[in-house]
Design a protein around this ligand. Structure first.
Ligand SMILES: *Cc1c(COP(=O)(O)O)cnc(C)c1O
Length: 478
C-alpha cells in the first residue's frame, strides 16, 4: 500500500467518525444524558471522538468494521461511570488495627447513623432553645451528658483532640509557660507534635525531667511567675520501659494547686469506662483523671470512645468558660453532623451492660475468638479456591491492635488468614500483585504484609459483612 493510499484511507476513516450532535441524538446517549446531564455527556462524547481520531491516525489499518457511533457512546459511558465513582469509598479493614486512622477510625453504631441522616435532611434546633424560643448554644445539647459521664463540672466540643489541645493552650497559656515532662513530648502521627502545638498556641514549652524519668521536684522547680499551666500528655503511641519514673496526675495536680495553677491532661484516647471489665487492657478513664484533680482533660471522639471525629474538653466551669470565649473556639467548633452522631454514642454509656453489644468499637475489640476461628475456616476455603495453586491460604492466630495510639504495647489475640506464595522463592512480587488485586476489588480489601506473607485479620469482618466479602473473592483478577 503506497503512502498516498494510506493517507486516503485514513481520511475516509476520519470522515466516518460521526459528529457529536449526531451521537447525542442516539438512544444510548439520551440515556446517558438522563443520568449525567447534557454538559458532561457532550464533553465525554467529544473526548471519545478525539481519542478515536487519534487512534485512527496512529493505526490506520486496524479493524474498523465496528459501529463508530456505538463505540463513542460506550466509551463515553465507561468514562462517565469511572468519573462518577466516589473517591471516598467503603473498604474492608483487615489490617488488624481496629481504630485505624487512615481508614476512618471508629465506626458509628446504628443510633448515631440514624441521627446523622436526620440531621442531614431536616432542620434542627442546633442553636435554638426550644424551651424559650431564643437563641441557644450548640454545646448545650450535650454538655450535661458529657458531665454526667465524666464527673466534670463543664464541657465543650471541638473538631478533634488536636483542636482541643490547641484551643486549651491558646485560651489559658498564650505568652506564658506550660510545664511538660520530656517523657511526654509526643508526636501523634505526622503533624501533631506537642512542642509544635504549644508554639502555635503562643505558649512557651517548659520541658522538665528527662526522657525516662521525671520527679515531682522537677515540676515544682520549673514553676515561676510566667507559668500558666502544668500539663500531662498521655503517651499514646509508645511506652517507656525499664528505669522509668513519671509523676501521676494526682501528684501533678497537687503541685499545681499548691501554687494556684491549673493542671491539664491530654488523655488522647480517653475511654469513658474501665476496659478491664471487658477483658481489655486498662486505660485511664476520663472520670478517674478528673477525680485525680485534673482541671481540664482533652480527648478524642473517634478513638476508644467510639464516636465521630471530635475533641472533647471537660473540666472546671470557669476554665471551660474561658475556653469557650476564645475566638479560636468559633473556628474549631463542630458541625451539626458531629453533634448528631456524638449524642447517641454518649447515651449508650448510660447502659454499660449493653455497651459491648451496641458500641461498634467495643464489639470489635471484644469479638469472641470462636467467631473469628469459624469465620477463618470459611474465608480460607473461598480464598484458596479463588487464588488457586499459586498461593497457600491458611487460617492462623494473629495479633490485632486497638490503634489510634490507645494501649500501644498491648495486643489482642485474633484470628485471620495468612496468604503465602506457594512457590516460596520470588514470593514477594506475587504477594504485592495479590495485595494490589485485593485493593482493586469493588470494595477494596486492606490487609497487612509481614514476613513474606499477606495477613488478613478477621477481627473487623463482622458477620453481616462476611457474605459480601466472600462473594467478591470470585472477582479477584491476578
Ligand atoms: C490521638 C491523640 C491526639 C490527637 O487527637 P485527634 O482527635 O486525632 O486530633 C492528641 N493527643 C494524644 C495524646 C492523642 O493520643
Amino acid at each position: 500500500m503506497s503512502g498516498n493510499e494510506t493517507g486516503k484511507d485514513v481520511r475516509e476513516l476520519l470522515a466516518r467518525v460521526p459528529a457529536v450532535e449526531r451521537v447525542l441524538s442516539s438512544v444510548g446517549a439520551q440515556r446517558l444524558i438522563a443520568e449525567y446531564g447534557r454538559t458532561q455527556v457532550v464533553d465525554a462524547i467529544r473526548a471519545a471522538a478525539d481519542a478515536l481520531r487519534r487512534e485512527l491516525l496512529a493505526h490506520a489499518s486496524f479493524d474498523t468494521s465496528f459501529n463508530f457511533e456505538a463505540k463513542l457512546v460506550e466509551d463515553a459511558a465507561r468514562a462517565l461511570a469511572a468519573r462518577s465513582r466516589p473517591r471516598l469509598r467503603a473498604v474492608f479493614n483487615l489490617t488488624g488495627t481496629v481504630l485505624h486512622t487512615n481508614l476512618g477510625r471508629a465506626l458509628l453504631p446504628d443510633d448515631a447513623v440514624r441521627a446523622v441522616i436526620e440531621a442531614l435532611t431536616r432542620p434542627m434546633n442546633l442553636e435554638f432553645d426550644l424551651a424559650t424560643g431564643s437563641r441557644g448554644d450548640r454545646d448545650d445539647l450535650i454538655d450535661d451528658l458529657i458531665c454526667e459521664l465524666t464527673g466534670a463540672e463543664a464541657a465543650t466540643v471541638v473538631n478533634n483532640n488536636a483542636a482541643a489541645v490547641l484551643l486549651t493552650l491558646s485560651a489559658l497559656a498564650s505568652k506564658k509557660e506550660v510545664v511538660v515532662s520530656r517523657g511526654e513530648l509526643v508526636e501523634i502521627g505526622g503533624a501533631f507534635r506537642i512542642p509544635d502545638i504549644m508554639s502555635r498556641a503562643g505558649a512557651k514549652l517548659r520541658e522538665i525531667g528527662t526522657t525516662n524519668r521525671t520527679h515531682p521536684k522537677d515540676y515544682d522547680e520549673a514553676i515561676n511567675p510566667r507559668t500558666a499551666l502544668l500539663m500531662k500528655v498521655h503517651c499514646s503511641n509508645y511506652a517507656i520501659e525499664g528505669f522509668t519514673k513519671s509523676v501521676s496526675v494526682d501528684e501533678v495536680a497537687r503541685l499545681a494547686h499548691a501554687r494556684r495553677l491549673p493542671m491539664a491532661v491530654d488523655l488522647g484516647s480517653g475511654t469513658l469506662v474501665d476496659l478491664a471489665q471487658f477483658g481489655l487492657p486498662t486505660e485511664p478513664t476520663v472520670r478517674e483523671t478528673v477525680d485525680a484533680g485534673a482541671d481540664l482533660v482533652t480527648f478524642s471522639g473517634d478513638k476508644l470512645l467510639g464516636g465521630p471525629q471530635a475533641g472533647l474538653i471537660v473540666g472546671r466551669a470557669e476554665l471551660i468558660r474561658k475556653i469557650k470565649k476564645h475566638p479560636l473556639k468559633r473556628a474549631l467548633r463542630v458541625g451539626k453532623l458531629t453533634l448528631a452522631a456524638l449524642e447517641p454514642v454518649l447515651r449508650l454509656y448510660r447502659a454499660p451492660e449493653l455497651l459491648r453489644e451496641r458500641l461498634t468499637t467495643l464489639r470489635l475489640l471484644t469479638r469472641p475468638a470462636a467467631d473469628m476461628q469459624a469465620q477463618a475456616g470459611r474465608v480460607q476455603t473461598v480464598l484458596q479456591h479463588a487464588l488457586g495453586d499459586a498461593y497457600s491460604v491458611t487460617a492462623e492466630p494473629m495479633m490485632s491492635q486497638i490503634g489510634s495510639g490507645a494501649l500501644p504495647v498491648d495486643q489482642l489475640p485474633s484470628v485471620g488468614v495468612v496468604i503465602r506464595n506457594a512457590a516460596g522463592k520470588r514470593g514477594g512480587r506475587a504477594l504485592m500483585k495479590l495485595e494490589a488485586a485485593l485493593r482493586a476489588l469493588p470494595r477494596p480489601v486492606i490487609g497487612r504484609m509481614a514476613d513474606d506473607a499477606l495477613r488478613l485479620d478477621l477481627r473487623c469482618l463482622e458477620t453481616a459483612d462476611e457474605a459480601a466479602f466472600l462473594a467478591q473473592c470470585a472477582e479477584l483478577r491476578l
